[in-house]
Design a protein around this ligand. Structure first.
Ligand SMILES: *Cc1c(COP(=O)(O)O)cnc(C)c1O
Length: 364
């Protein structure tokens, strides 16, 4: 047996072991073409079947309505920070609303300002990004091109429990670190996207799910690669698709459907895992301090600090000695971040919980 660490990396992040085993088994030769997924054409029948299966799985898992297009793009979520305003802010709608609950939303708003007016519909920066807004606090405008939010702020560990209610009919969501962690009502969204490398697969592919009527907003003057319409017209084969990453997304979505049983089951497991850690934090008498307010904390990224930086550093070091890896918080927040995406097994979280209890005993 190969020894693997329990990997709490924020991204690229842990993948299901059965998926990695299947990649390993098939890497030299896929059953049909007897060549590697790394060696076949993106226009081959075999790859087209793989991409179609990935899309079918996503449509099944998320019950994606027929009037939505699924795209597999490159450039990561960062490129979506630009593509969203470039495509959706057409002439009469040159203004967009941003609900900013953390670092990724702030970066996205910065990019959007290059293409139109950004209205801050809500900004959590003054409170250090510890919560999401109540619906009554959101100042959105029906005449804006769209309202943008980040469902799960990966760095601060702040997550929306439900979609924000807005005055605007086109809701755009960066779901990079939580898409597929629970069922969603896709019809509430104009466009929702996620890079794969947190919760869905390896780096290299970004999934975009968008309502078909929004494709009409992509202007003809846009560079081809930056137009949603070119990708939709080309069936995500406008240019060479990230074939390996899409193949792994197909395997991960197979795993969600067949091994886990769907997103209801995945959500139940995710709640169980996260509650296990938040309970230790809440019962630690201040030894562990969670970053987010209790009603907005993330099921995916558990962010907390200890009473001093040296103690946080000792926590990370001793955890690593016990095979619990990549727990150091993002440099902008400090402290500890335990990313416990779909593929993190319950046993991994139990091991971290036990370590947290033991570390507190030893240091109080
Ligand atoms: C990681 C992340 C990004 C950036 O993704 P890249 O693929 O590196 O561009 C954007 N938004 C969120 C919420 C993320 O977690």
């Amino acid at each position: 047996m190969i020894q693997r660490t329990t990997n709490f990396s924020a991204g690229p992040a842990v993948l299901p072991v059965p998926v990695l085993e299947r990649v390993q088994r098939e890497l030299l030769a896929l059953p049909g073409p007897r060549a590697s997924i790394l060696e076949i054409s993106h226009r081959s029948a075999t790859f087209k079947e793989i991409m179609a299966a990935a899309e079918t799985n996503l449509r099944q898992l998320l019950s994606i309505p027929d009037n939505y297009t699924v795209l597999f793009l490159q450039g990561g979520s960062r490129l979506q920070f630009s593509m969203v305003p470039m495509n959706l802010l057409d002439g009469p709608r040159a203004q967009a609303d941003y609900i900013v609950t953390g670092s990724w939303g702030r970066h996205a708003a910065t990019e959007a300002r290059k293409f139109g007016d950004v209205r801050m519909a809500w900004d959590g920066s003054k409170a250090n990004y510890v919560c999401t807004p109540a619906d009554s606090q959101i100042d959105s405008s029906p005449s804006s091109g769209y309202t943008y939010f980040v469902s799960n702020e990966t760095i601060e560990g702040v997550q929306f429990a439900t979609e924000p209610a807005t005055q605007n009919s086109t809701l755009v969501c960066d779901a990079s670190s939580d898409l597929l962690h629970k069922p969603l009502d896709i019809s509430q969204y104009g466009l929702i996207y996620a890079c794969a490398q947190k919760n869905i697969g390896p780096a290299g592919v970004t999934i975009v799910i968008m309502r078909n009527d929004l494709l009409a907003r992509s202007g003809d003057a846009l560079p081809g690669y930056l137009s949603y319409k070119s990708h939709a017209d080309g069936g995500s084969l406008f240019n060479t698709a990230p074939t390996f990453a899409i193949y792994v997304v197909r395997l991960v979505t197979d795993w969600l459907l067949n091994d886990i049983g769907g997103l209801e089951e995945m959500h139940a497991l995710n709640k169980k895992k996260a509650n296990m850690l938040y309970q230790v934090i809440d019962q630690s008498g201040g030894f562990y301090q969670g970053h987010a307010q209790a009603d907005c904390r993330s099921l995916m990224n558990v962010v907390f600090r200890l009473t001093s930086d040296p103690l946080s550093a000792a926590f990370v070091k001793e955890a690593a000695e016990q095979n619990l890896a990549a727990l150091v918080g993002h440099r902008s927040v400090g402290g500890i971040r335990a990313s416990i995406y779909n593929a993190m097994p319950l046993e991994g979280v139990e091991a971290l919980r036990d370590f947290m209890i033991q570390f507190r005993k030893k240091n109080t």
